[in-house]
Write a protein of this length. Structure first.
Length: 631
């Protein structure tokens, strides 16, 4: 109700303050309008509304006022609405000479403008003439000719005034229409970013904005006609009408979506009807030159379409209130504005035309765009708030789960450490008992010896696994921060640590540092474990007088390190398995734990690197590691 009262107050305000039909005298009468010099000094132009004499195929010098009839049919649906017409009025001026202009807006017909028997302008669309107004009588005549379109003759009152007055009024009008054209377009562009997340609501709002901008483009199309002919200007009323039909349909669609009834069967059929209706209206518009009654029917059916869409929007808004939709307050306000626009359109028909700004229905449409724009902003804020709540909740859940996983991992480490420690004693005690039985030889026959061999093998397997668990636990305890490690210094330390053992085995240990030092960000203890495992495996596989070469070089921001030996090599079928946990090759069944290379690959992966193995039986094995360098 408050919205309706405010709209009524606003309409009354613009009716009295921005209405060509509510301006002070002079008024024309019987073909004459009397002007004084003071009339030209007002801030508003003099609008030539009354006192015109109309001559066409049916009447001669019929008194009329501009805006009384939208076409030459003049309420008789059996008469052709188009043809030739002549409007004439005498400007009786009493005052000093003044240069004045007369502006003829929205002449959808072809026209010629005459003053005192001299043709001053011609064209299609809008027109303007400028002349020296001297004391005395001057006959102003406008001849129009139309064959197409909804309008014919002069329907919008001309304005007479000085160039300064018309320029001031035109400037305000242009600025207002530019805002009304650009703001919805900006909202439509903004809404494009919500098309994926905003769903159908965002899409319909974007179409709503585009329809209103297209409707308001009428002003600029007619403005261009001042400077020359504009194609299809006589059919622009169809584009303008389709834009308004689209706007009404978008309003209904938005209210249906807000109420949650957009998926109902009734709405699907209603949507077909509301989309098909404008097609019928467009066909009637095109048939106006052929069927005289088409212009009359077109106007009535267009009004009916507005009424139907209003009631449809009101119905959906009421359902939204019943369903307690948070968007219902916006849709209710929108329906109130929609209804106020319809009532104003009917009540002020032929009684109102804006001087500077918009028609009442255009004001209502702009307010509807802003209302639904506010709804989209509120909707986006609501979605963002919900997303923030979900994100915060998710972060809390992730934090809780991380703490739980960390605690579980620590407990697992402690469990395996304790288990490995506790099982060592019984495992080695059992091994001792087996050896004691073997040494005593009492009652040990062939069958029992086989059982002892099997038990000893299983015992050794268990001891090997326990040793592996101990190794993994020791690795997990390394939790210091990563530091910047020089590759040259690291290779020097590796050589110092392992050259003695290699010398004892008569194996040549060769270290080839990079030409230019490089740096890794790592935990030095884990790097030591990595190379210890690789060198230990190489020493076991390499016979006397063999060699182990550790080299490093930098290429394209990548550090490539290799550990190559001249040992016995690894069979081809075992190569894909060497990095598996607890995998032991045939040659190492009695001594290997199956964890060395598994640990090596894990450390390389921690550093963001890769490791590959190449081997030929009888010639040797080569491990190639690549690491991304850190500055």
């Amino acid at each position: 109700m408050l919205v309706l009262i405010l709209m009524a107050f606003f309409f009354l305000l613009i009716f009295y303050r921005d209405n060509k039909y509510y301006t002070p005298p002079p008024y024309g009468e019987a073909g004459v309008i009397r002007l004084r010099e003071t009339d030209l000094d007002r801030k508003n132009p003099v609008f030539l509304i009354d006192g015109w004499l109309l001559t066409d195929a049916r009447v001669r010098d019929k008194p009329t006022y501009i805006g009384e009839f939208s076409n030459l049919q003049r309420t008789d649906p059996t008469v052709c609405p188009h043809g030739r017409a002549r409007y004439r009025i005498t400007l009786s001026y009493d005052g000093a000479e003044r240069v004045v202009s007369v502006d003829f807006p929205q002449l959808y017909s072809e026209y010629e403008i005459w003053l005192d028997g001299k043709k001053l302008a011609e064209g299609t669309g809008s027109g303007r003439i400028t002349f020296l107004l001297t004391a005395g009588d001057h006959v102003l005549a406008v001849e129009t000719f139309s064959k197409l379109g909804y309008y014919s003759g002069i329907y919008f009152p001309p304005a007479l005034g000085t160039a300064e007055t018309l320029f001031r009024v035109d400037g305000i009008r242009t600025f207002a229409h530019a805002l009304a054209f650009l703001i919805p377009l900006a909202l439509a562009v903004f809404t494009l970013f919500l098309w994926r997340t905003g769903g159908r609501t965002a899409r319909w709002f974007s179409v709503l904005c585009c329809c209103y901008s297209l409707y308001m483009a009428r002003y600029f199309v007619l403005l261009l006609s001042y400077f020359g002919s504009v194609p299809f200007i006589q059919y622009w009323f169809l584009i303008q009408s389709l834009a308004m039909y689209g706007l009404c349909f978008c309003i209904v669609s938005l209210t249906a979506l807000a109420s949650g009834t957009a998926c109902g069967r009734a709405w699907r059929w209603g949507r077909v009807l509301l989309l098909g209706y404008p097609a019928v209206l467009t066909a009637l518009g095109l048939l106006i030159p052929v069927l005289p009654w088409a212009v009359f029917v077109h106007g009535r059916l267009a009004d009916l379409y507005y009424v139907v869409t209003f009631f449809a929007a009101a119905l959906f808004s009421t359902r939204g209130v019943t369903a307690r939709s948070w968007e219902s307050r916006y849709t209710l306000a929108g329906c109130t504005v929609f209804g106020a626009g319809l009532l104003a359109n009917l009540y002020f028909s032929n009684r109102f035309e804006p001087i500077r700004f918009f028609w009442q229905f255009e004001w209502c449409a702009l307010l509807l765009v802003l209302l639904f724009g506010a709804m989209m902003v509120a909707r986006s804020r609501r979605i963002l708030k919900e997303n923030d709540v979900l994100t915060n909740h998710l972060e809390e859940q992730v934090k809780e789960r991380t703490e739980e996983v960390t605690q579980l991992l620590n407990e697992r480490k402690a469990f395996f450490s304790d288990m490995a420690h506790d099982l060592k004693a019984p495992v080695f005690a059992t091994q001792s008992f087996i050896e004691a039985i073997r040494r005593s030889g009492v009652g040990v026959d062939t069958e029992l010896r086989n059982y002892l061999d099997q038990a000893e093998a299983k015992q050794w397997e268990m001891a090997r696994r326990l040793q592996g668990l101990s190794t993994i636990n020791e690795l997990d305890r390394i939790d210091g921060e990563r530091v910047r490690v020089s590759v040259r210094e690291m290779l020097s330390e590796i050589y110092a640590a392992h050259s003695g053992e290699a010398e004892v085995r008569s194996v040549h240990l060769i270290v080839e540092p990079p030409k230019q030092d490089a740096f890794l960000t790592a935990q030095p203890e884990k790097l030591n474990i990595l190379f210890e495992n690789l060198i230990y495996n190489a020493l076991k596989a390499t016979p006397g007088d063999g060699s182990i070469t550790i080299s490093a070089h930098v290429e394209g921001g990548i550090l490539r390190m290799t550990v190559e030996d001249t040992g016995c090599g690894i069979p081809k079928e075992e190569l894909p398995l060497v990095f598996r946990r607890f995998y032991v090759g045939e040659r190492n069944r009695q001594t290997g734990t199956g964890l060395g290379l598994y640990i090596v690959r894990g450390i390389v992966s921690e550093l963001g690197g890769t490791i590959e193995v190449y081997s030929t039986v009888g010639k040797g094995t080569k491990f190639v590691m690549e690491f991304p360098l850190r500055d």
